[in-house]
Design a protein around this ligand. Sequence first.
Ligand SMILES: NC(=O)c1ccc[n+]([C@@H]2O[C@H](COP(=O)([O-])OP(=O)(O)OC[C@H]3O[C@@H](n4cnc5c(N)ncnc54)[C@H](OP(=O)(O)O)[C@@H]3O)[C@@H](O)[C@H]2O)c1
Length: 286
Amino acid sequence: MAPRIVLITGCSSGIGLWAAVVMAKQPDFKVYATMRNTGKKGDLEKAAGGCLDKTLFIRKLDVKDDKTFKPVLDEIINSNGKLDVLINNAGLGMLTISEAAPVEGVRHIFDTNVIGLFQLTQAIIPIMKKQKAGHIVNVTSVGGIAGVPYNTMYCASKFAVEGMTESLAVELMDDNIRFSLIEPGPVNTSFRENIQEASGTGLDNPDIDEDTKKKFVTLVNSISDSFAKVAQTGEDIAKVILKAVTDEKPCLRYQTSEYGAMRAKQALVDSTGNNFLDMFRAEIKN
Ligand SMILES: NC(=O)c1ccc[n+]([C@@H]2O[C@H](COP(=O)([O-])OP(=O)(O)OC[C@H]3O[C@@H](n4cnc5c(N)ncnc54)[C@H](OP(=O)(O)O)[C@@H]3O)[C@@H](O)[C@H]2O)c1
């Protein structure tokens, strides 16, 4: 049987790296593991071991630069004649006092997490339409269905991808193109180290009052402590992604933990949003 051809973005570390390795080790997968800076391929090469250049191929793709899409897509189609699965994993966080968030940082987050993801999806839809088959998996977050204070524009970007995915899933249903959302809660990856690529926290901004800064520190510390208790690994999330792409009837949404499922239920079932606010009210009081 011809292997299933998978393209993954953001594979230099974390969830993308693990997803590439977990899939490349399956007997019937061939993975194009892409990253914006191939100078960072060392960790993936090491983790790939014997799969490297056999079932796992590392290529350059920057979701913010659509000129990098064509060489990878041309190679995939010329070598394999098809592309079965796209995993839109690349993403950046932003942790900041909202009134201090620089607009260029917000644009960088949206260009990466939303516009870049959409442009790559747009480039791949015609290939999958022609095949009359395909599966597009978008890695969002629990923060894409329930807000997280001070992660404001990160959550906004993930909410955008949730809405985009739901709409596309219906738009392309007849073309046999499936869509799935992977909604992790906290994961121990380089994500937190990279979180300030788009902006600072605002704590050094003289225009922000001291009460606001104190509240930011208290709430962020309290949320970090709660998150640490339920954090998963990149490999845990990769296994959920593998389940999504091998399920006979893939779900639209996959939470990756009980914590994620609880938060999703709270957000999706309580149409008033009051349970969500009450949870943070309790957090702030503690
Ligand atoms: N970690 C969490 O707690 C968590 C929770 C829920 C959802 N998620 C989501 O999971 C996904 C993966 O994050 P992670 O936790 O694995 O963090 P990570 O280790 O920081 O990985 C993020 C990846 O995205 C890449 N990237 C950033 N901008 C890019 C661009 N313009 N083009 C291509 N790749 C780009 C990074 O590349 P560089 O190495 O070059 O920076 C890196 O490979 C993200 O979408 C994130 O929002 C993470």
